[in-house]
Design a protein around this ligand. Structure first.
Ligand code: MG
Length: 396
């Protein structure tokens, strides 16, 4: 019998009909989920349950409209600039991959990590950060626009898939992970609607679940690595420039000393691969130690501890230095800025048009009383190319 069949058989025998995992007591155990906003049976009447709540969340996210739009939303480079650059979709898949690897090593809830990772950027506007900044400015007088909060709005309100409620009705734990940051004023508003719910931690200074903490780190590890790749591919970053980044320089030198004949892309890929591994192992080792020291007895206990899923102090500094390098040399590169300036204008002009003529939006948005928020919801849901087409149609 092949090994995989043997382990599958053992797993199925251990817990017939259930998802099998070896979760630590500090993980978010699916059976202890704080549940959904709208009551619904976890087990469908017509079929035996073979998915836990967090698997269901993941599946709902994958089947959502907002998820499919991520294919055509900019990460750093606009979608039409090249076929091989990351989009929000491939970025989210990379975050899920890194997150799941680390989750398994730490015996955290891998399904929950996957759900959070796949949903974490659902609220992003078209055209990356330029689009987000522009929309935030347009919304300044109407409560602002935050992409994390918008990701939550997408899964709580904007997806239209169920007969009995708006949104995807995800579990508390997935929603908690999606709301990564939140301004205090918005946290107060959310907490008034949902007392002691997912926004409470921004008011009482506690941490989110370890799975949510992990997704934040996996997000940073993913974009730091893939933005180097995309930056070099685009010709905006050079290997010489990257020598000032210690994390890159170390593994670049190591790669060349082990493979002196290696040239071209493979040098870059091998360097990035080693950087990724180093960061992943650093998180696993540092977090194991921190978890061992604080010994949280439950997921709830872990929320009361300081942040436990983390880089070592040295890796934290190196990661920060890489991020700041990318900010200075890639995100603020004149060529990136030039295209993003155009994108900013598209968002600003579309916002003004819809605000003045809500009937240009589909009826479900046009008929809402809160016109500015309806415009923000509609605009932020657009893909880059749809926004460009709408702009061509309306801004004469
Ligand atoms: Mg992200």
């Amino acid at each position: 019998m092949p090994w995989w069949r043997r382990s599958l058989t053992t797993a199925v025998q251990a817990k017939p009909g259930l998802h099998v995992s070896e979760l630590a007591p500090y993980a978010c155990l699916p059976e202890l989920s704080r549940g959904r906003r709208h009551a619904e049976p976890e087990t469908p009447a017509h079929a035996p349950s073979f998915r836990n709540p967090h698997q269901r969340d993941r599946d709902r996210i994958v089947h959502s409209t907002a998820f499919r739009r991520l294919v055509y939303k900019t990460q750093v480079f606009l979608n039409h600039e090249g076929d091989l650059f990351r989009t929000r979709m491939t970025h989210s898949l990379e975050v899920a991959q890194l997150g799941r690897s680390i989750a398994r090593a730490l015996h955290l809830n891998e399904d929950l990590v996957e759900a959070i990772a796949l949903a974490h950027d659902l609220g992003h506007t078209p055209f990356g950060h330029a689009g987000q900044d522009a929309l935030n400015e347009c919304m300044a007088a109407y409560g602002g626009f935050e992409h994390n909060l918008q990701s939550l709005r997408v899964v709580d309100e904007l997806e239209e898939r169920y007969p009995a409620f708006n949104g995807l009705n995800l579990s508390f734990e997935t929603r908690e992970g999606i709301l990564k940051h939140c301004a205090r004023r918005n946290a107060e508003l959310l907490n008034a609607q949902e007392p002691g719910g997912i926004a409470a931690r921004f008011l009482n200074g506690t941490q989110p679940s370890l799975e949510a903490q992990l997704c934040n780190l996996a997000d940073a590890i993913a974009y730091n690595a893939h933005d180097i790749d995309d930056g070099v591919r685009s010709g905006l970053l050079t290997l010489e420039q990257l020598q000032e980044v210690s994390l890159f320089a170390r593994y670049h030198a190591q790669t060349l000393s082990e493979y002196p004949q290696l040239q071209g892309r493979r040098v870059l890929y091998e360097t990035i691969r080693r950087m990724l591994s180093d960061q992943v192992y650093d998180v696993i080792n540092t977090s194991r130690t921190a978890i061992g020291t604080h010994a949280p007895a439950s997921a709830e206990d872990a929320r009361q501890c300081p942040s436990l899923v983390q880089f070592s102090a040295a890796m934290h500094e190196e990661s920060k230095a890489l991020k700041s390098f990318l900010f200075r040399n890639l995100y603020r590169h004149p060529q990136v800025m030039q295209t993003t300036d155009g994108a900013r204008a598209v968002v600003q002009e579309l916002f003004a048009i819809y605000l003045a003529e809500p009937q240009e939006m589909p009826a479900s948005y046009a008929q809402r009383d809160d016109v500015p928020r309806a415009v923000a919801d509609y605009l932020s849901g657009m893909t880059d190319r749809f926004a460009t087409r709408e702009h061509a149609r309306l801004a004469q």
